[in-house]
Design a protein around this ligand. Structure first.
Ligand code: URA
Length: 281
């Protein structure tokens, strides 16, 4: 390419910004501004990663709408979620309990206050569990209604699963900038997720993306190694067990269309088991 034909830095920056905006990256995640000039002179020591057992600390002075300070410790938040989930006798009660729950800090990190909980058939034989709501889901209050959700819907329809699915996520508030939800945030939401499974009683789970698969299956491998394999998901108390298949996240498929074939194979494998005559539903 001749120098004249090369895109300018401004064009490259514009195109990169457009790509990020499309992917839902619309905010800066660092807590403090970085002085790049100073950083160039003396490289600061890397910050240690946050401990898995602690929720992100609430900024000083931040309070919940009810006037209480935000950010119980993770064990307290999980206990509160367990109690609220157990008390919900129906999906409607559960959705209301999640909406009223103040123990997950994601609720106060830029997400709309409305929780994004579920969409689909409350008696579905299949539950799809994604990572967490994105910008469009946050705005509309329903999971998987953005570009990735439209792709997911098309794939489910093509596999003959339209109307036979309930869709939810590992967390119910949008992580800022669409970052991956932390294990602690997922742990706080997990009692609600388990209660959804208990109330819906699906026959199997499809885990969309690595953050969902790792959290639900307590595995460390990457999604490329987990996808397309059958695992047994167990509830925390061991009372529930279901076959679960991890697959590639539809947002990943939008970025890497060449990977669609693998996700399609996963979906067909799952549908074949779901529709086997010895598994009536
Ligand atoms: N990605 C997810 O994991 N879940 C959604 O609801 C939307 C996008």
């Amino acid at each position: 390419m001749s120098a004249a034909a090369e895109p300018s830095n401004a064009r490259l920056a514009e195109s990169l910004l457009a790509f990020w905006a499309e992917a839902g990256i619309d905010s800066v995640l660092a807590d403090e501004a970085v002085d790049r000039i100073e950083a160039g002179r003396v490289a600061p020591p890397p910050r240690p990663p946050p401990p898995v057992t602690a929720l992100a600390p609430a900024p000083a002075g931040r309070i919940a709408p009810g006037g209480r300070p935000v950010g119980p410790d993770v064990a307290t938040a999980i206990a509160q979620a367990q109690a609220a989930a157990a008390a919900a006798g129906s999906l409607e009660d559960l959705v209301a309990a999640i909406a009223a729950f103040e123990g997950c800090p994601l609720r106060y990190e830029g997400a709309a206050t409305k929780a994004v909980v579920l969409r689909g058939d409350p008696k579905a034989p299949l539950m799809v569990i994604g990572e967490g709501p994105g910008a469009e889901e946050d705005a509309r209050g329903e999971p998987f209604v953005g570009r990735a959700g439209r792709l997911l819907d098309r794939m489910l329809m093509a596999a003959g699963l339209e109307g036979r699915v309930l869709i939810t996520n590992t967390v119910f508030w949008r992580p800022p900038g669409n970052r991956t939800p932390s294990p602690a945030e997922q742990a706080v939401c997990a009692p609600f997720l388990e209660r959804i499974v208990q109330l819906v009683q699906p026959r199997m789970l499809l885990l969309a993306g690595g953050a969902s698969a790792k959290s639900l299956l307590k595995r460390e491998e990457g999604i490329l190694s987990l996808r397309g394999r059958w695992f047994e998901w167990r509830s925390a108390d061991g009372a529930l067990e279901l076959p679960a298949m991890p697959t590639l996240h539809p947002a990943f498929l939008l970025r890497q269309p060449g990977a669609k074939k693998r996700a399609w194979i996963d979906l067909l494998t799952l549908t074949e088991r779901l529709d086997r005559p010895d598994r009536p539903h």
